[in-house]
Write a protein that binds this ligand. Structure first.
Ligand code: NAD
Length: 274
């Protein structure tokens, strides 16, 4: 099989540059089936337009100029990696559906309405969407579900996360994935049990609540802990990301997995078989 042609949406972003490096590192060519960077897209007006995507990502010239026209690129590729902003991801899901290609969505902060639009696009596109594309976090999600299933509400569940100071949404997509997993394990609805913030005289903690706490600062790539706290003991499950490359490699793995899969909305758990 020839190399999978992938486009990177938001090519100049923190994740966009990682994605260009990760795709390039698969060494895809006509002989070794990996992936190649076949398009790079940025928002209209970005300084990156016209620059070579490889040079932008610090790996030297790869002959792929950054453009502002997703339509033109999507017609030429097998898949698109998209870690941008919610409204852009919804738009790209629609275009990916028309083109019947793979769309890997890493964007977080999606509303229920955004999620529904992306799900609808999955009737025609192969969409793999996850708030965190790393192997470690997806394992942590599976373990969290199991631990929550094994323990009753004597154990108070709190999800703690820290990210760099530029992050715009909170709690992180990963924290929400962990909260969902805990709620599933307990067979409760996260919407009905989650406590997203506490301030002032909040009253005592309600039994069964799933709490979230958010820290922001510096250049922290991503740290998550799920705490199960009972009288006299505490279980803490943690994941610490030190390199954004883990998310980018996961996204490329997801795209390669999605090739030839047919339409649908999938998660990283599907890709990793966990
Ligand atoms: P960033 O701000 O550095 O990058 C986003 C890029 O998207 C910017 O370069 C921006 O110009 C570009 N963009 C915006 N509108 C566009 C448009 N119309 N067309 C093309 N490009 C456009 O942000 P980041 O740190 O790279 O994170 C991006 C998203 O990915 C966030 O939602 C973040 O939470 C998420 N994220 C997810 C994972 C995961 O594993 N799922 C990991 C890290 C980050």
């Amino acid at each position: 099989m020839s190399a999978m042609k992938l486009a990177v949406m938001g090519a100049a972003g923190r994740m966009g540059r990682e994605l260009i490096r990760a795709v390039h590192a698969t060494g895809g060519d006509a002989v070794v089936a990996g992936a190649v960077v076949a398009g790079a897209i940025e928002r209209p007006g970005s300084n990156a337009i016209g620059q070579d995507a490889g040079e932008l990502a610090g790996i030297g010239r790869i002959g792929v100029p950054v453009t502002a026209d997703p339509l033109d690129i999507i017609a030429k590729v097998d898949g698109i990696l998209d870690f941008t902003v919610p409204e852009v991801s919804v738009e790209i899901a629609g275009l990916a559906a028309n083109a019947r290609i793979v769309h890997v969505v890493g964007t977080t902060g999606l509303t229920a309405e955004n999620d529904a639009a992306i799900k609808a696009a999955g009737r025609h596109a192969t969409i793999i969407k996850a708030g965190n594309m790393s192997l470690g976090v997806n394992l942590l999600v599976a373990v969290t579900r199991k631990v929550a299933q094994a323990l009753d509400a004597d154990f108070d569940i709190e999800v703690l996360e820290m990210h760099h100071k530029h992050k715009v949404d909170a709690p992180s997509g990963t924290a929400l994935m962990l909260g969902e997993a805990a709620a599933e394990g307990r067979a409760v609805s996260l919407a009905e049990t989650s406590v997203r913030s506490r301030d002032g005289h909040t009253g005592a903690r309600k039994r069964g609540d799933i709490g979230f706490a958010t820290l922001r600062g510096g250049n922290v790539v991503g740290e998550h802990s799920v705490i199960f706290a009972a009288e006299g003991e505490r279980i803490v499950l943690s994941h610490i990301a030190t390199d954004r490359g883990i998310f980018a490699r996961g996204a490329v793995k997801a795209a390669l997995w999605g090739r030839g899969k047919g339409p649908g909305l999938f998660t990283m758990a599907d890709v990793l078989g966990i």
